[in-house]
Structures are given as C-alpha cells and as structure tokens.
Design a protein around this ligand. Structure first.
Ligand code: ADP
Ligand code: ZN
Length: 373
C-alpha cells in the first residue's frame, strides 16, 4: 500500500483526514473511528454496489462484534430531502443505535450532507465518519462539518454544523468517478489556488503547482491527485480551525460562488443530467467572473482573469456564461441572494496572486458590465 497522507483538523472536536489508495480496505483505520457497537453505512445506488461491501467486510474483519446496517438511496441532489433524512433516522432506529453509534457516509457531497445531518440529529448528535467518493467531497464538503438537506424553497436550508469523527479519502475510488464529476471537483481545487495566500500563507504556491500539474490531475495520476487533495484539505482545515461557523475568513472559500450560484439557480439546478452546468462547472465560470470583477475594481491585473481562464480551460472546465442566461437575470438572482444589501452585492474578490477578501457593497452597474462581458 502506498503512503497515507494525514491532515489534522483542530477545534473543539479535532479529527484526522486520511488520504491514500485503497483505504476502504483498511479495517484497522476504519475500526479506529468506531466507538460503539452499531454502524450505519449510508450510500447511493451508484456508489454502494462498487464500494459498500469492501467497507463493510474490512470493518467486520477487525470488529466482528459490530452490527452494521446499510441504507442505499437513489443518487442525485434532488434526494437530499427531509424525507430521505427521515429514512436515515428510521434506519438508525431499526439498528437500535445508541449514543455511541456511528454513521458512515459513503458517497459524494449529497450523501455526506444528508447522512451527516442525520448523524448530527440522532440522539442530539453521534459520530459521523465521512468516506467521500467524489473529488469535490474529498476537497470540500466532507471537511468542516457543514451538513444539510434541501427544501423546496431552496438548497441547504436546514442543517447543522457537526464536525465528523474522521474523514477517510480513498483516492482509488476516483477511478470510477465520471469525467465530468472529476472536473467539477477540480474547479474547487482551483478555488484553493486562487485564495491560497489568504487561507494558509504556508502554501502560497498552490496556484503555480496546479498550473504545473493540470494534465496530471486530469489524468488522475495517483500521487499528484493525492497531493492535491491533501493540500486542499490542509487549506480547508486551516480555515475551519480558525472559523468553524463562518463568521470570518471561511467565507473566502466561497470565491466564485456568488456568480456560480446565480448560474445554478437561473438554470433551475439543471445540473449534469438536466443539460445545465453542475456545481463545480458553475463555480468555474463564477471564478472567472469574480476575477474579471476584481480587475474591473482595480484589485487585480487584467491578466489575472486570462491566467485563471487558461488553467480552467486546460482542466476542460467551462469559463463563460452558458447561452440563454441573461446578465440582468443573473444580477437579479444575486440581488436576492443573502449576500446583498442596500449598498450593493457582497463578493469574494482576489488579487490574482493568491490573496482574497470579502468586498461588500459592490455597485450593480460594475457587476452588470462584467456579466455582459
Ligand atoms: P458531489 O460530491 O459533487 O456533491 P454527488 O454526491 O451528487 O456529488 O455525486 C455525484 C455523482 O457521482 C452521483 O451520481 C454519485 O452517485 C456518483 N459517484 C460518486 N462517487 C462515485 C465514484 N467514486 N464512482 C462512481 N460514481 C460516483
Ligand atoms: Zn462549491
């Protein structure tokens, strides 16, 4: 087995992120995260047939006394509902799960959010072990303890901050991840590059490193992929350690997301299967727009937008607003977003050299000019 990379997340409830190949089969690593006698594996119907047996067998071999149940739900963001949340709780009840039980979230961000939220609520909170299987979940959603489900009124409207007991990122599972999902994760990886200096000055050169390794990342080269994940997790750990509840610089992780969300909402969250952009793709476009806005406001050189666009294009990500989305419609979406106030809209802006900051009250006329290209 190749080397396992470790990232520590500090805070009131510290935990470790383990990153490496074939960790799903590491029964000792898995068992070390389980305190009690009950575990519920929650997964989706794409991921479970590929990986759930391996997790269960590895765990059971080290902990034959452990009672393990499994709940498999259909894939997709539209399953991140209160109804599915109730099903996870019912499964815990069916298992007679006690206060020391564990929920094992085996899947992408949808499973992590849903199972994580159920774990946060069962008996007011039990251990959640995150086993992310998408690149996006490995570098972003599985770390930091945000959990939630969607309501018809909007995404992630009900949730809790509930840090996991452990995160186990098995890089081998990325081999079965569809190309488009991999690239969506790479968009979030680039986000760390653009904001690197502000997140963790110790890793200021991450954007340069990404430019040097773009093709290797796209080719899922194992060592390069593992290094990228570990560096992103270290960024996220640094920020979450300082700002669990997002009162301060955790917001920098939303670089590109104000524009990106407007695109996602305006497309009705059509996503990969509805002919629209998925989250990572929308963030890729949003990051280019945010960098152009930064330049328009004199915070970054014009070349910064071009540089970012080139990197995203090498990663085969979209960099311009999809046809049919009108600039003023996108602006209206952003105005309705919680990041707007009377003076204007709040953005995360960057200087093109790794520094980012929150800028409130950006004038709508400037935003509109950027949207109109
Ligand atoms: P995200 O992490 O981007 O929020 P999802 O949880 O929606 O994503 O997962 C994206 C899609 O990829 C889903 O259809 C899911 O079933 C599938 N998927 C997740 N991980 C893997 C994997 N390792 N191999 C194959 N398909 C996967
Ligand atoms: Zn995101």
């Amino acid at each position: 087995m190749s080397a396992v990379l470790k990232v520590a997340v500090d805070g009131a409830h510290p935990y470790a992120i383990s990153i490496g190949a074939d960790l799903l089969d590491d029964g000792v690593l898995l068992a070390a995260t389980i305190r009690g006698r009950h575990a519920l594996i929650v997964s989706d119907s794409n991921v479970a047939p590929l990986y759930a047996d391996r997790v269960q067998a590895a765990l059971q071999a080290v902990r034959p006394d452990l009672t393990i149940a499994r709940l498999v739900i259909p894939p997709g963001e539209h399953e991140k509902t209160l109804q599915r949340f109730g099903e996870v709780l019912d499964a815990l009840a069916g298992l007679s799960a006690t206060r020391d039980a564990a929920v094992i979230a085996l899947g992408g961000g949808v499973i992590g959010d849903l199972a994580g939220f159920a774990g946060a609520c069962w008996m007011r909170g039990i251990d959640v072990v995150q086993i992310p299987t998408t690149l996006l979940a490995m570098v972003d959603s599985s770390v930091g303890g945000k959990t939630a489900v969607d309501l018809p009124a909007g995404k992630n409207l009900v949730g809790a901050f509930h840090p996991p007991r452990a995160v186990i990122a098995d890089t081998s599972v990325l081999h079965t991840l569809p190309d488009r999902e991999l690239r969506a994760g790479l968009a979030e990886v680039v986000k760390y590059g653009v904001t690197a200096v502000s997140l963790d000055p110790a890793d200021a050169g991450f954007l340069d490193w990404l430019e040097a390794h773009a093709e290797a990342l796209l080719a899922r080269e194992p060592a390069i992929t593992a290094e990228a994940i570990a560096r992103c997790c270290a960024f996220k750990a640094a920020v979450v350690g300082r700002d669990l509840l997002e009162h301060g610089d955790r917001a920098l992780l939303n670089f590109g997301h104000t524009f990106g969300h407007a695109i996602e909402v305006e497309q009705g969250y059509a996503g990969t299967h509805g002919g629209g952009l998925n989250h990572g793709e929308a963030v890729a476009v949003g990051m280019v727009l945010a960098m152009r806005l930064s330049a328009a406001l004199g915070l970054a050189p014009a070349s910064a937008g071009d540089r970012l666009q080139r990197l995203l294009q090498r990663l085969e990500l979209p960099t311009s607003i999809p046809e049919g989305l009108a600039p003023d419609a996108l602006l209206t979406r952003m105005r309705l977003d919680k990041k707007a106030d009377a003076a204007g809209i709040r953005f995360i802006l960057a200087d093109g050299a790794g520094r980012a900051r929150v800028v409130p009250g950006v004038e709508e006329a400037t935003v509109l000019a950027v949207l109109a290209g």
